[in-house]
Design a protein around this ligand. Structure first.
Ligand code: GDP
Ligand code: MG
Length: 171
């Protein structure tokens, strides 16, 4: 299989770890455990090609955090996660993207924008259009998910593979 390394970045408590656990182990837990950097692997088939995806789950970022876990940056692609219930977490992915581009010294890297927690209907602070508009500006792919109901979780990781394949012809 092709090995692809991806990192999940975003504010704390947006559901990064829940997305990974749902994707890799098909479970959801309501309780919140602040994350230590951890990695998971999962095999998947996309467009007839087998992939081994290594996913780095990070502790979460804010304006002031510096990326000290450098392995979380030496990856093929970045899943930038916000919660549709938090405007602040949506703004944070812009800050994080700037830091990534600053680190890589390029003006484009494979990114997928993910708005999680769509099951919390009454609590929306970020519309679907907000996410789509941002993706259009950044020329990247986006989707909305719920780690709780397992909506679009597999799709989010597939979009990440698609975005990476757009940028590389590696074997
Ligand atoms: P992280 O800090 O980004 O890794 O966030 P976690 O995955 O630990 O999730 C933070 C909290 O949000 C936990 O209490 C989760 O149960 C909850 N959570 C995560 N994803 C969802 C979701 O899609 N819907 C709902 N309702 N809660 C979620
Ligand atoms: Mg976490």
């Amino acid at each position: 299989p092709k090995l692809r390394r991806i990192a999940l970045l975003g504010a704390r408590a947006v559901g990064k770890s829940s997305m990974v656990l749902q994707f890799v182990e098909n479970v959801f837990v309501e309780s919140y455990f602040p994350t230590i950097e951890r990695s998971f692997t999962k095999q998947l088939t996309y467009h007839g090609q087998q992939y081994e995806v290594e996913i780095f789950d990070t502790a979460g970022q804010d304006e002031f955090s510096i990326f000290n876990g450098k392995h979380a940056l030496d990856v093929h692609g970045y899943v930038l996660v916000y919660s549709v219930t938090s405007r602040q977490s949506f703004e944070m992915i812009g800050v994080i993207r700037d830091k990534i581009l600053n680190y890589t010294g390029t003006d484009w890297v494979p990114i997928v924008i993910v708005g999680n927690k769509t099951d919390l209907q009454g609590q929306r602070q970020v519309s679907r259009e907000d996410g789509e508009d941002l993706a259009a500006r950044w020329k990247c792919l986006s989707c909305e998910t719920s780690a709780k109901t397992n909506m679009n979780i597999g799709r989010a990781f597939e979009l990440m593979i698609a975005e990476i394949e757009k940028s590389t012809d590696q074997v």
